[in-house]
Ligand binder design. Structure first.
Ligand SMILES: Cc1cc2nc3c(=O)[nH]c(=O)nc-3n(C[C@H](O)[C@H](O)[C@H](O)COP(=O)(O)OP(=O)(O)OC[C@H]3O[C@@H](n4cnc5c(N)ncnc54)[C@H](O)[C@@H]3O)c2cc1C
Length: 431
């Protein structure tokens, strides 16, 4: 498996099999002019480029690394509809009409992923067997029951699970119950992002890897993007950089708190061990404040992720907390070999909402998926692609909001680190 990052860092290579990485140009050449230039070759950038290009827009996608080298190729591959907020919270925030529209948009976001894979015949390992949100306490189970009622009243295929049912579905110890969302499923995320790039190129999109955009300048009616190899001109620009935002737009970077999510994968489980662990192939997240999420991989491994340290990891020991979580849930996995460890960045916002921004005319950004972006970024990419094609803001389900940089941004990161420590302690005692 080839590392996704430029430097050959063992901790940046996920367990996913992917499909062979397509070859993209690293050299842009001169006099490049596009209707739309997208910074970031993750799910959002690629899906937007695909839908815009198919409507006749000339598009290029620029990435400082390789396609899928951000969160899109490194994530857990859990395709979960919805936001962190429940439909009624969304309605409270946006009002009945706009809120109901957004709830329906995010509720259908996993459909978009599985339809795209099917309709475009993408070579992506996938199964649509549902996602379980497991409740550790009776209080969390009550919240789950409310969630089920809200989604069922909107026609979603979801259901509440009691202690016995969740034990049978997960094989894990210690849950009071939970709920299952059958709209969800799992994919190989690296194959997905690479296949998106392949069909985008087939639709006329120009993708340039290893071209960090270091400056964007407006010259009145259009934009110039400066990279290490060229200057690209574009009528419109989308920053699809999410948690990997750099100093390109400093206020955007300061509106987010990037947090590391770490993952481990065991060796393929022997049949005798594996048969009782997620026998139905569901994905799981638990209801902890510092949550753990897990699934089986297509080649039979157990893959578990969770929050990691704020600074970049320096040794395999930095993943030990995940191995301990795994054994607490599945004592039978004690001693099983951990074969892979990797990590990526997740973008949190202070209000836990994703944000759509237009800081200047023709310059757009959509960021902050709170660690749940596979389905959301696919659906949002389709909407943005249509919007860039015809200019109709009616395609955009999220309100356009001003960028709000966090005061004392670097201290906010320290506060997050401290909060995670406190939450870990509370979670350990199920408080
Ligand atoms: C470890 C981990 C596990 C996760 N698990 C799940 C999961 O199971 N389910 C789920 O729904 N979500 C999950 N997520 C979240 C999900 O992966 C992201 O929300 C989603 O992939 C974001 O996609 P994106 O296209 O917006 O950004 P990204 O895929 O992060 O792409 C951003 C790109 O922008 C590029 N970039 C940044 N700055 C520049 C610049 N100046 N010039 C050029 N390029 C630039 C970066 O190189 C990067 O490739 C997980 C995230 C992580 C990190």
């Amino acid at each position: 498996m080839v590392s996704l990052m430029k430097k050959d860092d063992i901790f940046s290579t996920p367990v996913w099999q992917g499909v062979p990485a397509p070859l993209f140009s690293k050299v842009i050449g001169t006099d490049r002019k596009y209707d739309l230039s997208i910074v970031g070759a993750g799910i959002l950038g690629l899906v937007t480029s695909l839908f815009a290009a198919r409507s006749g827009v000339s598009v290029c996608v620029l990435d400082s690394g390789l396609v899928g080298g951000g969160a899109s190729g490194l994530n857990g591959g859990q395709v979960i509809p919805g936001l962190k907020y429940d439909p009624e919270d969304i309605i409270k925030q946006l009002g009945a009409e706009r809120g109901e529209r957004l709830a329906s948009f995010v509720g259908a976001s996993s459909d978009r992923v599985f339809s795209l894979i099917k309709d475009e015949k993408l070579d992506v390992s996938q199964s649509r067997t549902g996602w379980i949100q497991a409740s550790l306490t009776m209080e969390a189970l009550e919240t789950a029951a409310g969630r089920v009622t809200q989604w069922q009243s909107r026609g979603a295929d979801v259901g509440l699970l009691d202690k016995v049912q969740i034990q049978a579905l997960t094989g894990a110890q210690g849950y009071a119950g939970g709920w299952i969302d059958r709209r969800a499923g799992v994919i190989d995320p690296l194959a997905y992002v690479r296949e998106l790039a392949r069909i985008a190129v087939n639709s006329g999109v120009h993708i340039f890897e290893e071209n960090k955009v270091s400056r964007i300048v407006s010259n009145g009616s259009s934009w110039e993007l400066e990279t290490s190899t060229a200057i690209v001109k574009a009528q419109k620009v989308l920053l699809a950089t999410n948690a990997y935002c750099d100093e390109l737009l400093p206020q955007l970077k300061r509106s987010l708190v990037p947090v590391h999510s770490f993952q481990i994968a065991t060796a393929p489980l022997p049949e005798i061990l594996g048969a009782a662990i997620l026998p139905g192939g569901q994905a799981v997240s638990d209801s902890r404040r510092v949550l753990a999420y897990y699934r089986r991989s297509p080649d039979g491994r157990f893959v578990l992720g969770g929050r990691g340290r704020m600074s970049e990891p320096s040794s395999a020991d930095d993943w030990n907390h995940l191995a301990r979580t795994m054994v607490r849930l599945f004592p039978q996995l004690a001693g099983i070999k951990i074969e892979k460890r990797w990590f990526g960045r997740v973008a949190l916002t202070p209000d836990h909402w994703p944000h759509l921004h237009q800081p200047e005319s023709g310059l757009w950004a959509f960021v902050g998926c709170q660690g749940r972006g596979v389905a959301l970024m696919t659906a949002m990419g389709q909407s943005l692609g249509r919007f860039f094609a015809d200019g109709d803001q009616g395609h955009l389900p999220f309100p356009v909001t001003p960028i709000q940089p966090i005061a004392f941004h670097s201290m906010h990161k320290i506060a997050v680190a401290a909060t995670i420590g406190i939450y870990r302690t509370l979670d350990a005692f199920n408080l």
